[in-house]
Design a protein around this ligand. Structure first.
Ligand SMILES: N[C@@H](CCC(=O)N[C@@H](CS)C(=O)NCC(=O)O)C(=O)O
Length: 371
């Protein structure tokens, strides 16, 4: 049987349609050749995340050599940025922050429809969504790329990767001109210990050795597949069946995590680890964005007493993580960057739970493991 769209065009052509009614084959081909992370689904309509192409577990701990490209909206990048702040690496690793609203990255080429992260400076003219709707300002959180790159795609292209996906976080080596890693799990680990010679907080670790196996297992079996990536599997599902499976897994995992966090302050006990960081950055986006945008509406995080207070506790007790949390960028990105999901780029009102409210889980001091 013919696919629906092809059938529609064929029917119009048979009924006296003109050349203008031909399927837009060139445009479709161009878009699929340069995939974004959310355009890929398997034959059952389930969202499939691209594996990161640039990986490493080794760097030279040289101050001033590396640069981190970040989207504050992106949970993976905000995690990496949190780690950079937690370790006190602001003076050793330079940083740039993209505009939250995806744009055409080759606006002068009508054949090239790729949309992705672009750089703008605070005070530049506001941007519209990729269809031209809305007006999204350039605020003080933006940090343009120091080399003048216009987009993350340009950064990758300069480093020899012209095909993407052009994702954040991306750790770039200024000395070799190469992308060191665009996998947040690698970047977290590298920032945690590989730069200790140039870090202000070499004594802090977020990978406690005695809990390594337990945290990794909890991540691999529950937190990453069902929660961190689970919200994306809900939001970018292309079939009801795929969505149903993702949303069931997500809420089973949230029930489980809420129970765990009833008897312990953090996932590894009374101190804050990398896995708490990963969980936090999904949960803090959940009510302001995912409940609406990714249809994760069985419950809100505000309905889980331990999860909502865990988020508040991290926000209030772990100041570097709070510094990497920007709810305005988070909302602006998701609601304005995918015209197929939100044509007019309207940003809903709620900012999510009050992150400053009392959480009753513990004091701000003593939350860090030490090496
Ligand atoms: N495996 C990557 C995934 C990163 C990722 O998916 N980033 C998204 C933003 S949340 C992105 O930059 N997407 C741009 C695109 O797909 O073009 C990681 O965890 O670092």
């Amino acid at each position: 049987m013919l696919p629906t769209r092809r059938l529609l065009y064929t029917t119009l052509a048979l009924s006296g349609g003109t050349r203008a009614l031909k399927p837009p084959t060139t445009r479709v081909r161009t878009m699929s050749a340069l995939a974004t992370t959310n355009t890929v689904a398997n034959k059952d309509g389930a969202y499939v995340r691209h594996a990161a192409k640039h990986r490493t577990d080794a760097v030279e701990a040289e101050a001033g050599r590396y640069h981190l490209h970040v989207a504050l909206a992106c949970p993976w990048a905000a995690g990496a940025l949190s780690m950079l702040y937690l370790k006190g690496l602001e003076d050793a690793i330079s940083l740039s922050v993209v505009h939250p609203t995806w744009q055409r990255t080759r606006p002068d080429d009508p054949e090239d429809q790729h949309c992705g992260w672009v750089y703008r400076a605070p005070g530049d003219a506001p941007l519209s969504n990729p269809l031209g709707h809305g007006s999204y300002d350039c605020d003080d959180a933006l940090i343009p790329d120091p080399t003048g790159a216009a987009s993350i795609r340009d950064v990758y292209a300069k480093a020899g990767d012209a095909s993407g996906p052009f994702t954040t976080p991306a750790l770039f080596d200024k000395k070799t001109g190469k992308l060191v890693s665009n996998e947040s799990m690698d970047i977290l680990k590298l920032l945690n210990s590989a730069f200790d010679k140039v870090a202000k907080h070499p004594e802090r670790t977020f990978y406690p050795g005695d809990l390594a196996g337990d945290l990794q297992t909890l991540n691999d079996e529950l937190v990453y597949p069902n929660v961190n990536n689970g919200v994306y599997r809900c939001g970018f599902a292309k079939s009801q069946k795929a969505y149903d499976a993702a949303v069931a897994g997500l809420f089973e995992a949230l029930e489980d995590l809420d129970k765990r966090l009833a008897s312990q302050r953090f996932l590894g006990g009374d101190k804050f680890s990398w896995l708490d960081l990963r969980l936090y950055h999904t949960l803090v986006r959940f009510d302001p964005v995912y409940v609406v945008y990714f249809k994760t509406n069985v419950k809100r995080i505000a309905d889980y007493p331990n999860l909502v207070n865990f988020v508040r506790d991290v926000y209030q007790s772990v100041e570097p993580v709070r510094r990497a949390t920007n709810i305005k960028h988070i909302k602006m990105h998701y609601y304005t960057s995918h015209p197929a999901l939100n044509t007019y780029g309207i940003i809903p009102a709620s900012m999510g739970p009050d992150l400053e409210a009392e959480h009753g889980r513990g004091a701000a001091d003593g939350v860090y493991f030490t090496h």
